[in-house]
Design a protein around this ligand. Sequence first.
Ligand code: FE2
Length: 356
Amino acid sequence: MKNYQPPLSPTEGRKGSAKPRQRPGDAGARGDWGGAAANIIRIGHGVFYVTDLERCKHFYVNLLGLNVLHESARALYLRGVEDREWTLKLELAPEPGIKHLAYRVATDADLEALVAFAETQGLPYRWETEVDRPKLLRLQDPFDTPVAFYAESQKYSWLLQKYHRHRGAGLQRIDHINVMTPQVEAMTRWYMDELGFRLSEYTEDDAGRIWAAWIQRRGGVHDLALTNGTGPRLHHFAYWMPDAMSIIRACDILAGALESEKIERGPGRHGVSNAFFVYLRDPDGHRIELYTSDYITVDPDFEPIRWHLNDPRRQTLWGAKTPRSWFEEASLLEAFAGGWVAQTESELKGLPQHVI
Ligand SMILES: [Fe+2]
């Protein structure tokens, strides 16, 4: 777009550190990680704390149709039919919240590079393990988001063409996460400058302030979205769906099960991303988006799309209003030393005009 002024350009903000960061060993071998700390492939999984596993299993497995890979008295490991590994862990806990959000990296060397990066940046980190993931590097980003990175992961044959095993709405694969933060612009710059994320779309007001941004590693519209608001909190966790009808079917299934209060917003079509969507709330209030039909961003000359804050087509192309809860409610994030990350209000105040 001609009016795109690159406020979020990967090179801007790297003042004094324009020299690409070198990775030990085969710097540049994969070509795409450029000056980033590591070669992040895509969003990999989320770990949610939930208070009632049976209720969650009913919602995620019986109604939505996620598939159980592993199950214990304290945890469920779920995947969509295209996922070759688990992508959502539900872990029993006294209070709901988010333990961490994890990205896949290419190799163990990327994990080591991230350790060096964390030390350089002064970020707290530690090694953890998870089922199927023997080396999970857990760190807290500078914006207090609990993130993790892994390379090695046990793979399972996909269920995509085992149609006789598809159930419910048929969630297909993990797509993206959305973090609500009072530091959208700074956080977006950091993920772009330090971790090699690329900008797809962003929302700006007349004063040039950034209210939201969509950034990606995988070539879709986003692996990570940043949304202005009190935070940091997880705004939502999204699964790709096979088509728009499967999203409507999810709504029909929830209504048939007398669970229609779980439908928070939509279905509809986003202006941002062009995706067809619905937002649901799970039994603990975690927000899940079912999402389909966005576009690819792999062309090297792709130019980010700018939206004005008060353009009603941005959130729902059809102009439908968005419920207030969607702007105000989100899931707490676990602090590195335990407990919840403290919340900070954003200096950017006010809701868009198109709110119910
Ligand atoms: Fe989303």
